[in-house]
Design a binder for this molecule. Structure first.
Ligand code: KG4
Ligand code: ZN
Length: 334
C-alpha cells in the first residue's frame, strides 16, 4: 500500500504543510508572516499566534492540492526541534490531534536533518557518504551524512550563523528583516572585490562570523564620516563584497572538509543556500575540485514542509515513530 504522509513545519515564522506519496512530493504549501518585518526580527509570541491562524488553511490547501483525503493518510509528521518553542508547540499539538483522530502514527522530525534531506526530494540524489553545508538563520554546520538517518556534525559556527551574518549586515545597511535575500539581490549588480572584509582564522572545520559583523560596522562608520550617503551610493558593491566574504568563509571550510575526508559529493541546504552567489560559487568550486554538487530547488532551501515530509518518509520506512507524549524542544542534537 502506498505510504501517504502529511508533514507540518512550524519551527520559526513560516507555517508549512506538504503531502508526500511514496517518496514523491505532491504538494508543498507555505504561509509566511509579514508581521515581523516592522520589528527587524521574528517576535516569538506573534509567530505562535500567526501559526495558529495559518495552520488549518495551510493543511487544508496542501491536502486538496495533492488530491488526498485525510482518511487516506498513513502518518502525520511534524517538526519536533530545534526552533521557537511556542511555534513548535502549535505544529506538534496540531499533528498529535490529527494523528489521534485518524488513529495513525506520528513522526517527529529534526529540522536541521530535514534541511539536509531536502537534497533527496528530487533527482539526482547524492551518494553516501556525502558532505552537506547546512546554512540557515540559526545554524551553520558541515554535516557528514552516512545514510538518510545517520548524520554527524563535523564543523559548526562558534557564534553567529551565516543567515544571521547576512541579516545583521543588512540591518547595518538599513535594510529590512530578513536582509539575506536583499543582500543577494543588490549584490547581483555589484563588484565583490571592491571592498575587502577579513576572513577569520578559525581552527578545524568551525566558523565564526562575529568578527565580520564588527568589521562591517567600523567600515561603514568610517566611510559615513566622510560621505553620509556612502551606503546609498555604494550599496551594490558593499552587498557584493559582504556576500563574497560570507561565501568564501563557508566554501573554504567545505573545501577543507572535502580534502580531509576525501568525500566528493557535496550538498548545500538551509535558507542561505537560496543565495544565488553561494549556488554559483559552489558550482565553481565543484568544477575546480571535481566534486559532484547538489543544490535543492529554491523552495526546498528556505523553511518548508516538503523537507519534513521526505525525512518522515525515511523514518516511516525505518519504523521510527513518535508517541503522543513526544515533546518539542528548542534545541536538540541530531
Ligand atoms: O532555513 P531558513 O529559512 O530558516 C531557519 O531555519 O533559520 O533560513 C533563514 C535564513 C535567514 O537568515 C535569511 O536571511 C537567509 O536564510 N536567506 C538568505 C537568502 N534567502 C534566505 N540569505 C542570503 N541570500 C538569500 N537569497
Ligand atoms: Zn530552517
Amino acid at each position: 500500500m502506498a505510504v501517504k504522509i502529511l508533514a507540518i513545519e512550524s519551527s520559526c515564522d513560516d507555517t508549512g504543510a506538504a503531502v508526500l506519496v511514496d517518496g514523491k512530493i505532491l504538494s508543498n504549501q507555505i504561509a509566511g508572516q509579514k508581521v515581523h518585518e516592522q520589528y527587524g526580527g521574528v517576535v516569538p509570541e506573534l509567530a505562535s499566534r500567526a501559526h495558529q491562524e495559518n495552520i488549518v488553511p495551510v493543511v487544508d490547501i496542501a491536502l486538496r492540492q495533492a488530491g488526498i483525503r485525510k482518511e487516506e493518510l498513513s502518518a502525520i509528521a511534524f517538526t519536533q526541534s530545534p526552533g521557537l518553542i511556542g511555534s513548535l508547540l502549535v505544529g506538534s499539538c496540531f499533528a498529535k490531534s490529527m494523528a489521534m483522530a485518524l488513529n495513525i502514527p506520528l513522526i517527529g522530525v529534526h529540522h536541521m536533518q530535514a534541511h539536509v534531506l531536502a537534497n533527496f526530494i528530487d533527482d539526482p540524489k547524492p551518494d553516501f557518504p556525502f558532505l552537506c553545508l547546512t546554512v540557515s538563520g540559526g545554524h551553520t554546520q558541515i554535516v557528514l551524512c552516512e545514510s538518510p538517518l545517520q548524520m554527524r556534525v563535523i564543523g559548526e559556527t562558534l557564534d553567529d550563523a551565516a543567515g544571521e551574518a547576512f541579516d545583521k549586515s543588512a540591518k547595518l545597511l538599513g535594510l529590512p528583516y530578513p536582509g539575506g535575500p536583499l543582500i543577494d539581490k543588490y549584490a547581483k549588480e555589484g563588484d565583490p572585490h571592491r571592498f575587502k572584509f577579513p576572513e577569520p582564522r578559525i581552527p578545524e572545520l568551525n566558523f565564526s562570523f562575529s568578527g565580520l559583523k564588527t568589521a562591517i560596522l567600523y567600515f561603514l562608520q568610517e566611510h559615513q564620516q566622510q560621505d553620509p550617503d556612502f551606503i546609498k551610493n555604494n550599496l551594490a558593491d558593499i552587498c557584493a563584497s559582504i556576500q563574497y566574504r560570507i561565501i568564501s568563509i563557508l566554501l573554504n571550510k567545505v573545501l577543507k572538509a572535502a580534502q580531509e575526508t576525501g568525500i566528493r559529493d557535496i550538498a548545500i541546504a538551509g535558507g542561505v543556500s537560496a543565495n544565488s552567489g553561494l549556488r554559483k560559487m559552489l558550482e565553481e568550486y565543484g568544477a575546480k575540485y571535481h566534486w559532484r554538487t547538489f543544490i535543492p530547488k529554491f523552495e526546498y532551501c528556505t523553511d518548508n514542509a516538503a523537507m519534513i515530509a521526505i525525512t518522515a518518509y525515511y523514518k516511516y520506512l525505518h519504523g521510527d515513530f513518535a508517541g503522543l507524549d513526544a515533546v518539542p524542544t528548542a534545541r536538540a542534537a541530531f
